[in-house]
Design a protein around this ligand. Sequence first.
Ligand code: F6R
Length: 261
Amino acid sequence: MEVIIQQNKEAAAALVARIIAHDLRANPHLVLGLATGATMERVYRQLVALHREQHLDFSLCSTFNLDEYVGLFPSDPNSYRHYMDHHLFRNVNIDARNTHLPNGMADDLDVECRRYEAMIQRFGGIDVQLVGIGKAGHIGFNEPLSALRSRTRVKALTPTTIKQNAPLFRGEDNVPRRAITMGVGTIIEARRCLLLATGDSKAAMVAKAVEGPITSMVTASALQLHPRCTVVVDEEAAAQLTEKDYYRWIFANEPEWQDYR
Ligand code: F6R
């Protein structure tokens, strides 16, 4: 795992977008795993800008989102399909047929989860998986006690997550109680993982995920098992990390990061 600390939210998101853009230019057929949420809005703004200003080409890539709420139509303004269309897909030259999210309205949710897993396999697996971290320490909607080898399935949201997402739904009572999410096992099978966390509300969970023990109570900690995981944080989210000087040294000196400094 590598940790890159940037000065602020904008710089952290810009770095993540540049890493994605680099991998997409190297492989136009990239299979991208995507996340939603407030943190990622900045990343998508940056990717749209790279498309408009530097012709970043999405025409051949495919995407798989981490999760979708159960019971929301794709047209619902709070569905993750709507979020993705609004923040990214409609603003770049991606082929809509290559964009995939679980169907939270499926008649048989278990069949839908298996279908989603099979489709990821059919596309050859995910090349780069973007993830955020929730206040419950989750990646995707893998709430505390999610098995670290779990696959795509339906999960009930914790009270912490319901509270975190309530503002968008105008109150906790309106937040769906369940979601389909890629499992922790599905996520860490991606060939590369990129975790972006910003703001002081994420500092405690970032410290647990990066420097704490691997535990299903903080499913983001499973990323420590991944052979190629980059964690990008701003100063606020990095506040409780103990080895910041070491992380800064690596970013400043290792040749891999030369083009990103
Ligand atoms: C969303 C997702 C979640 C979010 C996390 C952080 O697709 O998988 O794990 O990444 O809850 O959300 P924000 O960025 O809103 O704090």
